[in-house]
Design a protein around this ligand. Structure first.
Ligand code: UD1
Length: 431
């Protein structure tokens, strides 16, 4: 069964993307705001009443789904103009996140901290999202328990209570993005000081910190792995206008497209300082990358060179880049090894790449990729957002036609990928 509002990928008339071997690419693509930031900013509007304004918002399905979830909670979303959102917190908050909405989007877990700290209770269906293995929330729960919450799990729902959360010293075993965000937002209205050690440092976390500080939160150590949050009173918070940080994963997608198709692109809006390690590795693969005032300029000529890569928490190479990197290595000169350190199950799209003629073998959390000069177009399926984008990039490097189904995954995270690639010379269409 398909979730309401999403197309059924098995239906005979389901939409797909058709891409043909293309290149060289030339021109400019503008990178919108980051999915992994805007969804968290949206959830954080639960903390205080009034109208918030967000700009640089990507036009993606997950924003609509988060909007539906917030409407059920008591925050009304509207889109006054392309790329802009208004979120009005009505002040009448229902601390319940129902199954039908939560199962569609991983970031729904981000309502947990704000609801609990604001309402003293929350009832949340266990979150869904991308299909790449177990995505536990034990660190979110343990952290909130240390702050005084009591949890109960029954019938697929998680219920938490705390009259008022209190500050705590929390040290993570692993710098989880979601757990850092949930504990940080909860700590904003807690009684006393919370420190989070080994906190995640992704640019999207910094964006959330900046948003919270503008609202009146007191946070030290922004951008570092130790965050100190001094609880404030709810009356000290006020709604704000905020510009979402650019999407580094979408930016990387256009760089990867240029790498396999050749040519040169201006990726406007991309923040090179948020992609330092990735850009170094792309340089090792033969891309000529220059940062300028508008974003990133990239030039590619000839086959990429193979490299070895391991995914790590920021500032390391993000797991979300990995399907793109494996696709680039599929047509690179030489042999590359990619090691996944975050989500061991996140190799499902490799079978699809193999259908296109890629020579990839996986063992545990490693993939060995022997580059071939050219892939060969075939029908393939997008299994999650990033894997779907990788199929599109692979199609650019394949002779003939690649037909990608399951593209509702791509729509969850990419703002007009087809239009943007077509505008720089890729032979691609939705059908
Ligand atoms: C977020 C991003 C996702 C990205 C990931 C890692 C969103 C909606 N998703 O996911 O695109 O791939 O960061 O950069 O923003 N873990 C636990 N227990 C927990 C929490 C996490 O064991 O309580 C483990 C996870 O299984 C995983 C690792 O920690 O192995 C990273 O998880 P986390 O950083 O929390 O990622 P998400 O916030 O789920």
């Amino acid at each position: 069964m398909t979730s309401p509002g999403l197309p059924d990928p098995t239906a005979p008339d389901a939409e797909c993307i058709v891409v043909r071997g293309s290149g060289p690419l030339a021109g400019t693509v503008v990178v919108p705001g980051a999915k992994n930031s805007v969804l968290k900013l949206m959830a954080t509007t639960i903390l205080c009443d009034g109208p918030f304004e967000l700009s640089n918002v990507p036009d993606i399905a997950d924003v609509s789904i988060m909007g539906d979830l917030l409407a059920a909670i008591g925050v009304e979303m509207s889109r006054p103009a392309p790329g802009e959102l208004t979120l009005v917190n009505t002040g009448v908050i229902t601390p319940v996140a129902p199954y039908e909405l939560v199962e569609r989007i991983r970031a729904s877990i981000n309502v947990l901290g704000p609801l609990l700290t604001r309402c003293g209770e929350v009832r949340l269906s266990m979150p869904g999202g991308d299909d790449f293995g177990a995505r536990p929330i034990d660190m979110h729960v343990a952290g909130l328990e240390a702050m005084g919450a009591e949890f109960k799990f029954s019938h697929g729902y998680l219920e938490a209570r705390a009259d008022r959360l209190h500050g705590a010293e929390i040290t993570f075993d692993f710098p989880s993005v979601g757990a850092t965000e949930n504990l940080m937002t909860a700590a904003v209205l807690a009684d006393g000081v919370t420190t989070i050690d080994n906190a995640a440092r992704e640019p999207e976390i910094t964006d959330l910190c900046d948003f919270l500080v503008a609202m009146g939160a007191r946070i030290d150590g922004i951008g570092t792995s130790t965050l100190t949050i001094r609880g404030v009173d709810q009356r000290d918070l006020s709604p704000v206008s905020h510009r979402t940080v650019p999407d580094r994963i979408q930016a990387a997608t256009y760089l990867a497209a240029c790498s396999v198709a050749g040519g040169s692109l201006d990726v406007v809006g991309a923040r090179a300082d948020h992609m330092t390690m990735l850009l170094e590795r792309f340089g090792d693969m033969g891309l000529q990358i220059d940062e300028n005032d508008d974003g990133i300029h990239v030039e590619a000529g000839g086959r990429p060179r193979s490299i070895d890569v391991a995914t790590l928490p920021y500032p390391g190479i993000a797991t979300d880049y990995k399907p793109l990197i494996i696709t680039m290595l599929s047509v690179a000169d030489g042999v590359g090894i990619v090691t996944e350190n975050l989500y061991p199950g996140r190799f499902r799209y490799v079978e699809e790449l193999q259908r296109l003629g890629a020579d990839v073998r996986t063992s545990g959390h490693h993939a060995v990729i022997r580059g071939v000069p050219r892939l060969s177009g075939a029908p393939v399926r997008a299994h999650d957002i990033r894997a779907g984008a990788a199929m599109v990039v692979a199609g650019l490097a394949a002779e003939g036609e690649t037909r990608i189904s399951g593209i509702h995954h791509i729509d969850r995270g990419y703002d007009d990928l087809v239009g943007r690639l077509s505008s720089v010379g890729a032979v691609i269409e939705r059908c």
